[in-house]
Design a protein around this ligand. Structure first.
Ligand SMILES: Cc1ncc(COP(=O)(O)O)c(C=O)c1O
Length: 388
C-alpha cells in the first residue's frame, strides 16, 4: 500500500537491491535490466566508481552547497563537459526537464535581442514534463487540460528536410532536436536531415539545441549522440546517465551565447551540488576511459544482430531501430507489444513500453554480451509462447 499520486502505472513488485545489470525484488526474483531506470543507470547498479565516490564525498561532511559556492568537482565537471562538447559554459540543475528549461530560457533570451522568438521542434519529440519543456514536446496527450504552454513553437516532421525549410523564417531563433529520439520510439536522425539542420543553422544564424538527455553520455557509442553527425550544437542538454543514478542536469552553452548571461538570470537551489557533480565527473571519466565507448559500440552491434534476427523470425515485429545501446522493437500493433512487454517482465526482463507499440531497450552501458543474449532469448521465447 502507498499514497503515491497515480502518475504512473506502478509495477506490482518491490525492488530491494541491484548489482551490475540485475535488480532483485523483495520476493527474491532476479530481473535482468534492459531499461536502466530509463537510460539513467549508465554504470549499472552497485558500480565501484559510483559507490566509492559517494563514500568519499560523505567523508567531507557535505552533500550540498549553494549555487554560488564554488567547489572542486563543480569546476572539474564543467571543464570536462565543456571539453567533451562545444567548449561552452555549463549551468547545473537536477533533471532533464530543468536542463531543457534553462536551454529554452537562454535561447529565447538570445533570440529576443535579435528580434527572433520562434522555435522549431520535431514530431515524436520529448523534452520533459515541465510546462516549458512540454512546449517543445510533440505529444499532445501530455499537454491536454493544463492550459496554455509557451507558444511560438512549430513542429517539423522528423527527418523531413523539405518541411524544415518551409518552417524557417526570419523569426526562427532555434531548432531543438534529439538526434536519436527516445520516448518517440527510437527514431534515428538521417545524415541528410542533420546536414540540412547544420546548413540552415549556419546560413540563417539559428541556434541548434541538442537534447542529449537520453542519447548522451555514451548511450549510442559516443559521448554525445550529435557527434555521429558532425554538428556543433550551440546549446546541449544532459541529465539521466550523467549521474548514473544521482540526479543531475547540465546545460552547456557556447561562449557566444554564454557571454550575454547576467548574474541572477537563472538559478537552481540544488544544481551543481558537491555530491552530484563529483559522481557525474567520475561517471564521465569512466565512460571516457580507453575502450569503454568501443565496447558500447560492439555490444550495440551484438544487440542489433540479436534484435534483427528476432525481427526476421517474427511476423509481429514491424521494425527494429538501434544505435549503440539504445534500441526500439516496433510491433505491428499495440496489443502484441503489451503482451510481449508483460510476458517478458514476468520472465525476468525489465524493458519500457513507448508509444503503445514499441519496446524500448536501454540497458546499463556495462551490460555483458552474455546478458544481452539472455535478454534477447527471453524476448524470443515469449514471442514463441504467447498467443498473438
Ligand atoms: C530526450 C529527453 N529529454 C528530456 C527528458 C526529461 O528528463 P527528466 O525526466 O529528467 O526531466 C527526457 C526523459 O525521458 C528525455 O528522454
Amino acid at each position: 500500500m502507498n499514497n503515491l499520486l497515480k502518475t504512473y502505472n506502478f509495477s506490482n513488485f518491490e525492488i530491494v537491491k541491484g548489482n551490475g545489470s540485475y535488480l532483485y525484488t523483495a520476493d527474491n526474483k532476479k530481473l535482468l535490466d534492459f531499461s536502466a531506470g530509463v537510460a539513467v543507470n549508465s554504470l549499472g547498479y552497485n558500480h565501484a566508481v559510483v559507490k566509492k565516490t559517494i563514500q568519499e564525498q560523505l567523508k567531507t561532511g557535505i552533500t550540498h552547497l549553494s549555487g554560488s559556492q564554488i567547489h572542486l568537482y563543480k569546476n572539474k565537471l564543467s571543464q570536462l563537459l565543456s571539453k567533451e562538447s562545444n567548449k561552452g559554459d555549463v549551468f547545473f540543475s537536477n533533471s532533464g526537464a530543468e536542463s531543457i528549461e534553462a536551454a529554452l530560457k537562454i535561447a529565447r533570451n538570445f533570440g529576443s535581442s535579435k528580434g527572433r522568438d520562434e522555435i522549431i521542434a520535431m514530431t515524436s519529440s520529448f523534452h520533459g514534463r515541465t510546462i516549458g519543456a512540454l512546449s517543445v514536446g510533440s505529444n499532445k496527450a501530455y499537454k491536454t487540460d493544463i492550459g496554455p504552454v509557451p507558444g511560438k513553437v512549430k513542429f517539423c516532421k522528423f527527418n523531413d528536410s523539405k518541411n524544415l525549410k518551409q518552417l524557417i523564417n526570419k523569426k526562427t531563433l532555434a531548432i531543438i532536436i534529439e538526434f536519436i529520439q527516445g520516448d518517440g520510439g527510437i527514431n534515428i536522425c538521417s545524415r541528410d536531415f542533420a546536414k540540412t539542420i547544420k546548413d540552415i543553422c549556419k546560413k540563417r544564424k539559428i541556434l541548434l539545441i541538442a537534447d542529449e538527455i537520453q542519447g548522451g553520455i555514451g548511450r549510442t557509442g559516443k559521448v554525445f549522440a550529435y557527434k555521429h553527425y558532425g554538428v556543433s550544437p550551440d546549446i546541449i542538454t544532459s541529465a539521466k546517465g550523467l549521474g548514473s543514478g544521482i540526479p543531475i542536469g547540465a546545460t552547456i552553452v557556447k561562449k557566444k551565447i554564454a557571454k550575454n548571461i547576467s548574474i541572477g538570470f537563472h538559478g537552481s537551489t540544488f544544481g551543481g551540488g558537491m555530491l552530484q557533480t563529483r559522481v557525474a565527473f567520475n561517471v564521465l571519466k569512466t565512460i571516457n576511459k580507453v575502450g569503454f565507448l568501443n565496447n558500447v559500440k560492439s555490444k550495440g552491434l551484438l544487440l542489433e544482430k540479436l534484435l534483427k534476427k528476432l525481427n526476421a523470425d517474427n511476423e509481429v515485429i514491424k521494425e527494429v531501430r538501434i544505435k549503440g545501446l539504445m534500441a526500439g522493437i516496433e510491433f505491428k500493433n499495440d496489443i502484441t507489444a503489451l503482451k510481449v512487454y508483460k510476458e517478458t517482465s514476468k520472465n525476468g526482463l525489465v524493458t519500457t513500453l513507448v508509444k503503445g507499440n514499441i519496446i524500448r531497450i536501454t540497458p546499463p552501458l556495462i551490460i555483458q554480451a552474455e546478458e544481452l543474449k539472455k535478454g534477447a532469448k527471453i524476448i524470443s521465447d515469449c514471442l514463441n509462447t504467447i498467443k498473438i
